[in-house]
Design a protein around this ligand. Structure first.
Ligand code: FE2
Ligand code: FE2
Length: 309
């Protein structure tokens, strides 16, 4: 797992359905915008006192973690291109699918603005705290940023399930890193970032629940495929990814399978009377956790996804 070889992904075309009815998707998108209303927004320039940023207060492992998450966040153009390539707003798709994709776009542009601010904020932290010089950092980011990104799935629900796990795993990591870093400016920044990731997760959780309610067993297999092949973004393309991943895990617990219990909760909440296939899915996801599998939760015991926002 410590290999430094990389391989370029094959870029794919429009995803297959089934898609949620455009009206259902629009409800979820509206809830997402409501959760990020003006009073909860922040901007890079005023969110923290940049003059106080001081990397001398960080351990080597924490500095390494900041450099790693900057690389991941800065790849946004590659992630955004997945949505535009795979949910195209062109005559490649039917009018019905276009209507769905147009609603999704109302989410993706807003999400992209927020993710781009994460990249800018981490860049600013690195340069103002003394971790890196701007031109050196730009070069480092460009070397990775120009590599293409793709997800190895062809069904739309799989892309949402992937995003759900990735957003939750990122949120958990930022919270854990925040609790140990020695620089209060970085702690405040990580707090902002983790709250945004929590809202991104809540949107994906809403989408997945709606899929399970509308399509039931028909979407179990694509969700299973996502877990079976899950790798965090850039794991296949970033130079030295696994070495980095081990080093940042020294700074704070970093295990994307921590997000799996949240996926199980969503499945249980969406399905009133689980079929054999749904049961098998939740057992499979639990078994894929690195830690000992948690007892499966019952729907009544599950808090709403928004509770994590
Ligand atoms: Fe982010
Ligand atoms: Fe996010």
């Amino acid at each position: 797992m410590t290999t430094t070889t990389t391989r370029a992904p094959v870029l794919r075309g429009p995803v297959d359905g089934p898609f949620l009815p455009a009206g259902d998707l629009a409800e979820a998108v509206t809830d997402f915008h409501r959760a990020g209303a003006a009073e909860r927004r922040w901007d890079v320039e005023t969110a923290v006192d940049w003059t106080a940023a001081d990397a001398n207060r960080l351990t080597d492992g924490q500095r390494s973690a900041v450099r790693f998450i900057t690389l991941i966040e800065d790849h946004l153009p590659g992630y955004f291109a997945v949505y535009t390539r795979r949910f195209p707003l062109t005559d490649e798709v039917s009018e019905q699918d276009f209507a769905h994709h147009r609603e999704l776009y109302h989410f993706t542009v807003r999400w992209a603005v927020e993710e781009d601010s994460h990249a800018r904020a981490l860049f600013r932290y690195q340069t103002d705290s003394g971790i890196a010089r701007p031109d050196d950092l730009r070069r480092e980011l460009a070397a990775e940023g120009r590599k293409p990104f793709e997800l190895p799935h062809d069904e739309s629900v799989a892309l949402f399930a992937y995003a759900l796990v990735q957003e939750k795993a990122t949120q958990i990591y930022y919270q854990q890193l925040r609790s140990v870093v020695g620089d209060p400016v970085l702690a405040e920044l990580l707090n902002r970032l983790s709250r945004d990731e929590a809202r991104h997760f809540a949107f994906m959780a809403d989408i997945l629940e709606r899929y399970l309610r509308v399509y039931g067993d028909a979407v179990v297999e694509p969700i299973r495929d996502v877990i079976a092949s899950f790798r965090m973004p850039l794991a296949d393309t970033m130079r030295g990814y696994w070495r980095w991943a081990l080093r940042i895990a020294d700074a704070a617990r970093y295990d994307h399978t921590d997000a799996y219990e949240h996926l199980i909760r969503i499945v249980n909440r969406a399905v009133d009377a689980p079929s054999d296939r749904v049961d098998e899915l939740t057992r499979f996801v639990a078994a894929c956790r690195t830690a000992a599998p948690l007892p499966l939760t019952t729907p009544a015991a599950v808090p709403p996804a928004a509770a994590s926002a």
